[in-house]
Every structure is written in C-alpha cells, then in structure tokens.
Design a protein around this ligand. Structure first.
Ligand SMILES: Nc1ncnc2c1ncn2[C@@H]1O[C@H](COP(=O)(O)OP(=O)(O)OP(=O)(O)O)[C@@H](O)[C@H]1O
Length: 448
C-alpha cells in the first residue's frame, strides 16, 4: 500500500465510523507519484460513493500530510500490474469450476460447496454489485482482503450463492485449499454431537484446520450460548492465523437479538455488505439466465411479466420459473404470456395483493413519521412533499395501477403530478445515497 495513503487512512480512522471506513475506503488500492495520488476502486459503485462522500476530505488530508496540493485521481481498477493499459483492472479469469475438483473432493475432506453457484451464474445488478465484488476479492486474496466477510440481507437474495461462488473460486485457484461450507444448523448439530460423544477436541481441530470457513445464516446462533462461545473461539483462532471467514445473516448482525456483543463486535472487524432486493431489470435478467441454464425457452416478454409481478425475492422468481417449466413440459406447450398468466394465476394474485396503494401510503407515512391525512392533503411543505412523492413512485413501481388511478388515490391529483413524482424520485435515487437507502428499505418493508 502507498505510504501516503496508509497515513491518510490512519488520519481518517479517527473521523469516520469503522463500517464506512471498511466498506468504502479500505477496498481502495493506491499508487502515488510526483503527479499525485491515484486511487483504484474495485467497482463503479464504490468509486461513485467515494467521489461523492469522501473525495473532498481525502484531498484535504493529503495536502495536510504532504504540505502541498496534490491531485487525487479516482478510477476503477487495481494498482497491481494486472491493470491493463486503459487502467481498467483485468477481469478475473472466467470462473469455470473444474468438475474433478468440486465433484470429486478428496475422500477425507468434504467442502460442501455447490458447484452450480459460481460468479458466472450470478447476475450482477446494483443491489448486489458490492457483495459480488467483495466475495470475489476475498476469493482472490483469502484471509487478507476482508476478514470476516459478512453478507447480510433478506431471504432468497443470493447470499448463499455468493458465498459458494467465493469458495468455488478459491478452490479453482488452489485445489488444495480447504474450504468448508456449513449452514449454522449444521455447525450447531456438529457441536452437539461432539459434546455428546466427548470429542470436542476433534471438533475444534476440524474447524480450525480449514483455510476458509463459510457459515450460512448465523442469525440461527441467536440465544444459543454454548454455540456462540464455541464459535467465538473458532472465529478468533481462524482470524488470528489469517484463515478466511465468510458469514451470512438475514439482517445486520447488530440487529440480531441474543447475539453476544463480543461476537457482534468481531463480525464488524472485516467487511459487512448488504445484499438488497434486485430491481426490475436485474430480476428479469436473473430469470432469463436461470431459464437458459435450465434449458427452458422463455421469451423476454414472459421474463418481464414475472419480474414485474414477483418482487419479493429471487427464490420466488425461480420457483415460478420451475412451475412454468414443469407445466409446459407436461402439456407440451410453449411458455407464452397467456400460458404464464394462466398457470401462475394464483401465485401472481397473491403477489399483487401483497402491495396496495393504501398500504404503501400507510407504510411511507409511518416511515417518515408524518400523519397519513397530511400525506394525502394538498399541503406542499417539503417535509410532506418528498414522502408523498416517494409514496406515489412506490405505487407506480409496486402496483399495477395507472397514473390517473394513483393520482386519484392521493387526494385527487392529476396524473402529470404522479409522473413528475416518479421521475423526481428516480433521479434523486441515482445521486442521493440516503434517498436510495430509504427507497430500498421501503421496498423491503412492503414486499416482505
Ligand atoms: N443475482 C443472482 N443471480 C443468479 N441467481 C440468483 C441471484 N440472486 C439469487 N439467486 C438465486 O436465488 C436462489 C436463492 O438464493 P440464495 O439461496 O443464495 O439466497 P439467500 O440470500 O442465501 O437466502 P436465505 O437467507 O433464505 O438462505 C438461488 O437459487 C440463487 O442461485
């Protein structure tokens, strides 16, 4: 690491909270020369966030440290020689899991990795871009890039997929690498069994001898004191000897009740990344990719229909695709829009019912702590106007209602007002991180 950048980070460490520092600034690689300091971000999203939130402060600190003005340049890429002439980092070699490695592990060691979950089969969108980049970095540099890497977010959004993809890539790069994937329940089960058979030493050896330990859904540890105690020691042992730890959780671990504070604090030592629900385009792309992998012929129109109507999570989307494929196969029919509507009528109706305009209005009012009647009123004060615009935009995004219908539901407003709200919110979400977080959080609440 550039010495100048290291000193800058040390200075910023005192000013920023640990999570922001680890999420946005630690992943940057740096190179400095007489022309200035060049920072390389792992992906465009990190780059934009750094530019928006931290660049001005970095420039100030750098000029304080050097005693003169120095240009700080930001770009996507890497400071290592792998960078191409254009400055863009060369993409990692395509992830092809060698079947012999994954399908026939050494008889003494079972990695439990699913060979189908790779980075190649993972569709990237804004909602998971950072998680994917982090999981990839960890696979390229286990034990050193981010340790632990914690992926958190709602159910069925791809956390397990990314975790396996990272493990598979580690094994692809080094077939001798011992990666152990377990669901939390399996960890608990192994521990109970070890206690029962008085073989705790063997249990400890098993978990501490791996190069990378991947544990899924650690919220399951909540309230299980002995498990947490044992996991805590395993964590420390692995961490100290720079063995990689990857964990997933269904929410930000600090919000998990009955998880020991010392464990929560350790989970924050590395990088925690939220995996958000995918947007419409990503949902459609995932569906087409899954259909392609399964050899099911699905048109873009059908993919768009499902992506529009099923917003809860990718697992539900995949379930719908499997149902369609099975029925189409059974009846020997192609999957047309009519066939999809007919076959999935009940499922689509359930998803449609889940989000209604009155429900959106109530949730948004609660979220911004304004009264529902004020949200629907004609008052134009800013504290009401923005939540109202968000509620209108969410109604357009999450329901099938037309612009005039939505306008009507918001105190008889014109459809152009609704259209304006949708455009304004979309624009703000692109540039304003806070607004995008609110938007994603509201979608999460509304779609469960
Ligand atoms: N971006 C994506 N690209 C391709 N497939 C995806 C993507 N996101 C999710 N999936 C698929 O959705 C399904 C559910 O994903 P996964 O099991 O990883 O979810 P999860 O976040 O771990 O959920 P849970 O917390 O319930 O275990 C998997 O089949 C996975 O391959």
């Amino acid at each position: 690491m550039s010495d100048l950048w290291r000193r800058c980070l040390e200075r910023l460490e005192g000013e920023l909270n640990a999570e922001d520092l680890h999420t946005w600034l630690m992943p940057l690689q740096a190179r400095d020369d007489t022309h200035g300091l060049q920072l390389f971000a792992p992906n465009p999203y990190t780059l934009e966030t750094v530019r928006e939130r931290y660049l001005a402060r970095i420039e100030t600190v750098i000029s304080q440290l050097t005693g003169h003005e120095l240009t700080v340049r930001l770009e996507v890429g890497s400071s290592s020689p792998r960078a191409t002439a254009s400055g863009k980092v060369a993409a990692p070699a395509p992830v092809k899991v060698a079947p012999t490695v994954i399908e026939a592990p050494a008889p003494t060691f079972n990695h439990n990795l699913d060979p189908h979950y790779t980075f190649e089969t993972f569709v990237e969108g804004k909602s998971n871009q950072l998680g994917k980049a982090a999981a990839m970095q960890v696979a390229m540099n286990p034990g050193r890039a981010y340790n632990p890497l914690l992926l958190y977010g709602g159910t069925g959004l791809g956390k397990t997929h990314l975790m396996h993809a990272s493990g598979n890539l580690m094994r692809e790069r080094n077939p001798d690498f011992k990666v152990l994937y377990l669901r939390s329940e399996q960890f608990v089960g192994s521990m109970i069994e070890a206690l029962r058979t008085k073989s705790m030493d063997e249990f400890k050896r098993r978990f501490r001898s791996v190069d990378a330990l991947l544990i899924d859904d650690i919220q399951f540890f909540a309230g299980k004191d002995t498990t947490q105690e044992e996991f805590f020691h395993t964590f420390n042992a692995l961490f100290e000897s720079k063995q990689q730890i990857i964990l997933t959780c269904d929410r930000y671990p600090k919000e998990v009740d009955k998880l020991e504070p010392r464990l929560k604090s350790r989970l924050g030592w590395g990088l925690s990344v939220a995996i958000e629900p995918p947007d419409f385009e990503t949902r459609a792309a995932i569906l087409l990719s899954k259909a392609h992998d399964k050899g099911v012929a699905v048109s873009e129109n059908v993919a768009m229909l499902l992506a529009k109507r099923i917003r809860s999570n990718v697992r539900d989307l995949e379930g719908a695709l499997n149902t369609l494929a099975a029925r189409a196969n059974f009846y020997g029919k192609p999957i047309t829009i009519d066939f999809a509507e007919e076959t999935l009528r009940d499922l689509l109706a359930t998803h449609a019912q889940a989000v209604t305009v009155p429900n959106i209005q109530k949730i948004v009012a609660d979220y911004y702590q304004v009264r529902l009647q004020d949200l629907l009123s004609k008052r134009r004060v800013r504290s009401l106007a923005r939540p109202r615009q968000i509620a209108m935009a969410l109604s357009k995004e999450l329901t099938e209602h037309s612009l005039p219908e939505i306008g009507e539901a918001f105190g008889g407003r014109d459809h152009t007002t609704v259209l304006h709200a949708c455009r304004t919110i979309k624009k703000h979400c692109e540039t304003d991180t806070r607004m995008r977080q609110d938007w994603e959080q509201l979608i999460r609440i509304l779609t469960g």
